[in-house]
Design a binder for this molecule. Structure first.
Ligand code: NAP
Length: 279
């Protein structure tokens, strides 16, 4: 149980690498009690070796989510914030994506986030306080080719959060979407793994496009305007600490630019801009 009431507890999913790992360290440095979860035992052990209270939590498994939440509430009676972060990007043209591949994408990126949030909300409601932060993406509001399952999952999260924010409007539980553009992490390597798992590269009409995509996913060079994960920590801190957290935080130049263009350009023009950006 929390000994000092003023120490705020936070659960973060997907802390093995990237944004989640950085948020866990950064928020602990700011004095939060961080429950850093990961879906693999080896990563839970690594996080514990770093001094974190860690939980095994695989968002694709209802059993895993329920066990993690039970374990969490044995350690603390109240969670100040949940950061829904753990996710991956299923790469591939939509024509090459099976129903199974799409279902797997939504299990991790959407259903898992929804189920976990619903298990945490009653505790927040009992105190009428809390923050839920969703790491969405620029691809939560614009599309690019060959990232369809991921884009669909992030658009879905945006719709879910907009609805839940309205439903919770009479409470003091605040929801924020953080929308990063390119951020240094293991995201591209993991997208390549998902591509290899589910897409028949050689049998595809898109194999020429895939050659380019594979080069990009395996390149050591970052895309233009890529920022480090600290760029995500700043808005997350605001979402946690401001009396009036924003509904959306746009992180990186491409996110800010596409947010403006999406409002002013007709879809046909926007498609041209996005096709150019994808080349
Ligand atoms: N990097 C970017 O450019 C970027 C841009 C916009 C938004 N985002 C978002 O930022 C968040 C973090 O991604 P990242 O960039 O830090 O990528 P990352 O380095 O690949 O980290 C993703 C994390 O999610 C975990 N994860 C994947 N599937 C999971 C599952 N079923 N259950 C629990 N955890 C799972 C991964 O665990 P394993 O190590 O076990 O796979 C890893 O800890 C994601 O929501 C992503 O959509 C990233």
């Amino acid at each position: 149980m929390d000994s000092a009431a003023e120490v705020k507890s936070i659960l973060i999913t997907g802390c093995s690498t990237g944004i989640g790992a950085h948020l866990a360290r950064g928020l602990r440095d700011k004095g939060y009690r961080v429950f850093a979860s990961a879906r693999q035992e080896t990563d839970v052990k690594k996080l514990e070796a770093e001094g974190f209270e860690s939980l095994l939590l695989d968002l694709s498994s209802s059993d895993s989510i329920n066990s993690a939440v039970s374990a969490l509430f044995q350690k603390t009676d109240h969670l100040y914030a949940l950061i829904n972060n753990g996710a991956y990007g299923q790469a591939g043209a939509l024509e090459d994506i099976s129903r199974t591949a799409m279902e797997e994408q939504f299990q991790a990126n959407f259903f898992g986030w929804h189920e976990l949030t619903n298990l945490i909300l009653p505790s927040m409601k009992s105190r009428n306080s809390g923050r839920v932060i969703y790491i969405s993406s620029v691809l939560g509001f614009v599309a690019l080719p060959f990232r369809g399952p991921y884009i669909a999952s992030k658009f879905a999260i945006e719709g879910l959060v907009d609805t839940l924010r309205l439903e919770l409007r009479h409470t003091n539980i605040k929801l924020s979407l953080v929308q990063p553009g390119p951020i240094e992490s293991d995201f591209r390597q993991n997208a390549y793994l998902s591509f290899q798992k589910h897409v028949d590269f050689e049998g595809s009409d898109y194999r020429q496009d895939y050659k380019k995509m594979i080069k990009r996913l395996n390149s050591p060079n970052n895309a233009q305007f890529t920022l480090g994960p600290e760029a995500v920590l700043r808005p997350v801190l605001h979402a946690l600490e401001s009396k009036s957290p924003k509904a959306r935080y746009r992180v990186t130049f491409p996110t800010k630019l596409f947010a403006i263009l999406g409002r002013i350009l007709p879809s046909t023009w926007m498609d041209k801009v996005l096709s150019k950006a994808a080349d």
